[in-house]
Design a protein around this ligand. Structure first.
Ligand SMILES: NC(=O)c1ccc[n+]([C@@H]2O[C@H](COP(=O)([O-])OP(=O)(O)OC[C@H]3O[C@@H](n4cnc5c(N)ncnc54)[C@H](OP(=O)(O)O)[C@@H]3O)[C@@H](O)[C@H]2O)c1
Length: 282
């Protein structure tokens, strides 16, 4: 793969150098400032991120873009934890959410990056499930942190090879602020969300998403009536009454694909502001 073309970069200065191969492919440094929750999505040109019943939906939507796989691998390589909802876990039966699985071509450089930044060899997978109905044989659950409520805990399979964290439940599901606070307290303050629209819409509605990395694919997906397709905030109603938007931090290009990074504004206090009373002192 050739380097991504940098169209804009407003935040490329950081203390820990990325390995040269990654710096050249990305076109500079990727810097994240913990505590932070940043989501990664690939979207069709007309805004579809989820097509029910379609395997490897990200690859379908991106047209199997190498650049998208590279950015996904790089984001995972920079993260302490990768957060997914049980919907994404079920839809990806072979995934383990490692940097190398997204982009094996740079597996060694991703390891080197983690070493330089003092990160564990792999990001910790954090799976949020209200129901507790999980397949214990899923490779992504090995050593994962499973977050559920009291009722979900009763349904968890006995043979789960994962740590279980029980958080309070409210009318709109698990208390995500409490969940993220506890993930940060475990020493995992840089949290990549690869959750699907259902969990993402709750994160956005509660003002817990700080940044969005969006791959905009040049493909049109269509919105057939009753097809169950979703955009990245699912069925949450924002406009016209609530304005949540993004400030463009960086933009890159490979062919007709765009790789956009936004800092979200209007969503709420974000992870650092929202958890200020709950974070451990540095
Ligand atoms: N285009 C992209 O970049 C992209 C990115 C991510 C995912 N996806 C696709 O999106 C699809 C999955 O979508 P999804 O929306 O079902 O996935 P999801 O948001 O990852 O998972 C939803 C599940 O999260 C659990 N959950 C726990 N607490 C919740 C809360 N407070 N609110 C909502 N859910 C909570 C529930 O699990 P229980 O059912 O166990 O209660 C719920 O069913 C897959 O096809 C995946 O490939 C696409």
């Amino acid at each position: 793969m050739g380097p991504l073309e940098v169209l804009k970069e407003a935040d490329g200065q950081g203390p820990a150098e990325m390995p040269t191969a990654l710096r050249e492919l990305y076109g500079g440094q990727l810097v994240l400032r913990p505590p932070v929750v940043f989501a990664n999505f690939v979207s069709s040109l007309d805004g579809v991120v989820h097509i029910p019943g379609t395997g490897k939906v990200g690859r379908v939507l991106s047209g199997d873009s190498q650049g998208d796989r590279f950015v996904m691998g790089l984001l995972r390589a920079c993260a302490d934890a990768v957060l997914i909802g049980a919907g994404t876990l079920r839809a990806s039966p072979a995934s383990n959410w490692t940097p190398a699985q997204a982009f094996p071509e740079q597996a060694v450089a991703f390891q080197e990056l983690r070493l330089r930044r003092g990160l564990a060899p792999s990001p910790r997978v954090v799976v949020a499930s209200a129901s507790g109905e999980l397949d214990p044989a899923h490779p992504g659950l090995r050593g994962a942190l499973v977050v559920t409520g009291a009722s979900g805990a009763d349904h968890l399979p006995g043979e789960l090879d994962a740590e279980v964290l029980i958080v309070p439940e409210g009318p709109s599901g698990l208390d995500l602020r409490s969940m993220l606070g506890q993930v940060v307290h475990r020493g995992l303050p840089t949290i990549l969300s690869e959750a699907g629209p259902r969990l993402t819409e709750r994160l956005v509605a509660q003002g817990l998403l700080d940044e969005l990395f969006l791959t905009l694919s040049p493909l049109l997906a269509g919105w057939p009536a009753g097809g169950g397709r979703r955009g990245l905030v699912g069925q949450t109603e924002l406009l016209p009454h609530r304005s949540v938007g993004g400030e463009l931090v960086s933009a890159r290009r490979q062919g007709s694909h765009l790789f956009l990074r936004y800092r979200l504004t209007g969503a709420g206090p974000g992870l650092s502001g929202g958890l200020s009373g709950e974070l451990p002192s540095a």
